[in-house]
Design a protein around this ligand. Sequence first.
Ligand code: FCB
Length: 463
Amino acid sequence: MIIEQPTTTVARVFPDGFLWGAATASYQIEGAVTEDGRTASIWDTFSHTPGRVVGGDTGDVACDHYHRYADDVAMMSKLGLSAYRFSIAWPRVQPGGRGPANQAGLDFYRRLVDELLDHDIQPWVTLYHWDLPQELEDAGGWPVRDTAYRFAEYASIVHAALGDKVHHWITLNEPWCSAFLGYGNGHHAPGRTDGADALAATHHLLLGHGLATQAIKAADPSAQVGITLNLHSLAAHSDSPADLDALRRIDGVGNRVFLDPLFKAEYPADVAADVAHLTDLGFIHAGDLETIATPADFMGVNYYTRSIVAAPVPGSGNHDGTWPGSEDTTFLKRGLPVTQMDWEIDAAGLTDLLNRITRDYGAIPLYITENGAAYPDEIGADGTVSDPARIDYYDQHLRACLDSIGAGVPLRGYFAWSLMDNFEWAWGYEKRFGLVHVDYQTQVRTPKNSALWYSNVIRDNAV
Ligand code: FCB
């Protein structure tokens, strides 16, 4: 069983040196999708395909951060952030995903990094937050082995351009989403639906992570390199054998299929058995697992909610490719308060998850690289944005972090998702996750009350 009770520590102050940041991703904020040599990514293609994104929204303009980055960094500085996690758009710096770098694209990120450093904000670079060059998808995408090598080459290009100033590198953001939403159920770009492809994509994403880690470390052994996973905090609906088996399966293909290769250089045997009718795992070559398990310096954890897993109900309608091999598994709601995403709020699920990682995989330094909540925020008559529910969400989850720290988890920092409202993937602009409100007509930024609250948390190093 993976479930633990939250500890009861009453600590309210964070350890000295705890890192405070906020996060974004390139396609969600940059816009300027055809400027300075950028070519299309799978998300450009996907968002321009009718029916894929709510309201037909695209990232064409988004928050126009490409042009407004200096003002945005000034805003971060006012909030008191010590770190900013952002991602690089692969098709901006290596159009088409192969061949030479595009200097104009690299120059944009160099300007951004300089601006951050001028404001004493540490840049944390995510190399892949889902914008695969469309040409690489046309050549087969992540289910194809070559994509892992292309990714490592691209990582080297970015590191060569920014490595003198950037010391924290996240290879991949949430490879579970890239594989299982991108190639399994098709809710994300590129929108393909094949369980075996999703499993091959999983392996090639992990291989790409290992190869990129080795490339960056070879160029600079002092670089800090890690991966960000959206691990699933899970609980079984009951102790019945059927519910516990469902929990084992979802934990397998949602969590252990990433954690075991990364930290133990092996794939879980039970997952291999669960998916045996879909694939013989022939895409795993000799030496791959050693590459994937190249020691990382830290791991990023993204957390939003906990899921309650129950026995499969054949024909329940869940058979959509999200969980290859365990398609009919049921997920239950408990009637807890939800955010605008309809995700139940369960801060103890974060404590349980962090404690479990440390217990089962050892004391690798952890960072929360995303955590936050969407609400339908509006600017009030007085010009402010009142978002008490978001403040409450952050407060509860930061206390959950303190509970884990009190239990001995080496949690070193926290990045709120997100710095500002942005393009929430298949949900378009309707879901607002920002600490800062964005008016998409005028591009005016208005810090929400939660941003002011978060500034105080940072200043006090405490909740
Ligand atoms: C995560 C993504 C991030 C954002 C949040 C709400 O899965 O990494 O880009 O969309 O969800």
